[in-house]
Design a protein around this ligand. Structure first.
Ligand SMILES: C[S@@+](CC[C@H](N)C(=O)[O-])C[C@H]1O[C@@H](n2cnc3c(N)ncnc32)[C@H](O)[C@@H]1O
Length: 236
């Protein structure tokens, strides 16, 4: 989604969720995958979370990471393929993105991915405390107009949620091509004593992280001449 389309998309307030849930009609194959495969990947928040999140995966995983707003799942799936001993949870309410990700998971035969097809705040409130080693928030909806800034995912409430679910020493990674959102995030994090910015030199926020596969949104931003910023914060 471009910043403009995010801001003009139909909005429905639901918890922390603004923005659209559905786009173009799905192909019959993708509709079928949502019916047959998604239920086995989808987390059941009506049940209590297991004490160890590793129990959510049918394969042995050592640690568990979360990606919030994975879009079409390009980054999530690339990371999951590169790190088979890590469990990945992806949260995304946009049905077309979920269908794309499910299709990719099936094609790649990935067994270390679980999905939450809804607002990430519901998932964050379900997860046990200190259960994740990393949370990625990559190119969140920018809400560029000042009167919409309060809709941004980075908020004191959501940072408290992230602080609760991250293990000590765990990482919160944020990428954006929107300077006002980068500044906003640095200010919100500076006000949150649970997190410390890990940057030591300017290059640290200009270069992506090791093994970075990029994201679909990022590719568009770069093509359109916008510059990404990468911020990383450690849970103290
Ligand atoms: C600009 S797109 C970026 C997608 C992807 N991260 C990328 O870089 O290609 C932001 C995504 O965040 C999702 N999103 C917005 N609010 C969310 C929420 N409360 N929980 C989970 N995902 C959310 C949107 O549906 C959208 O797919």
């Amino acid at each position: 989604m471009s910043p403009a389309s995010s801001d003009s998309a139909p909005q429905r307030r639901r918890g922390a969720l603004y923005g659209r849930r559905k786009g173009k009609p799905l192909s019959a194959r993708r509709e079928g995958l949502l019916e047959t495969i998604l239920p086995s990947l989808q987390l059941d928040l009506a049940e209590p979370a297991p004490a160890s999140l590793a129990d959510l995966f049918p394969v042995l995983v050592e640690t568990v990471r979360l990606e919030i707003g994975f879009g079409g799942g390009e980054h999530l799936l690339a990371r999951a393929a590169a790190e088979p001993q890590t469990g990945f949870i992806g949260a995304e309410p946009f049905v077309n993105g979920i269908a794309r990700a499910v299709s990719g998971i099936v094609e790649a035969g990935l067994r270390n991915v679980r999905l939450h097809a809804d607002d990430a705040t519901l998932l964050l409130d379900w997860l046990p405390a200190a259960s994740l080693t990393e949370v990625d928030l990559l190119y969140p909806d920018p809400w560029s107009k000042k009167r919409h800034w309060k809709r941004r995912f980075v908020s004191p409430e959501n940072l408290a949620r992230l602080a609760r679910v991250l293990k000590r020493g765990g990482l919160f990674r944020f990428a954006s091509d929107v300077p006002s959102y980068v500044e906003w995030t640095l200010l919100r994090l500076a006000e949150t004593p649970a997190f410390a910015w890990t940057a030591e030199r300017a290059d640290d926020w200009r270069q992506p992280w090791q093994g970075w596969p990029g994201t679909r949104y990022e590719a568009t931003a770069i093509r359109e001449g916008r510059t990404p910023t990468y911020l990383e914060f450690r849970r103290g």
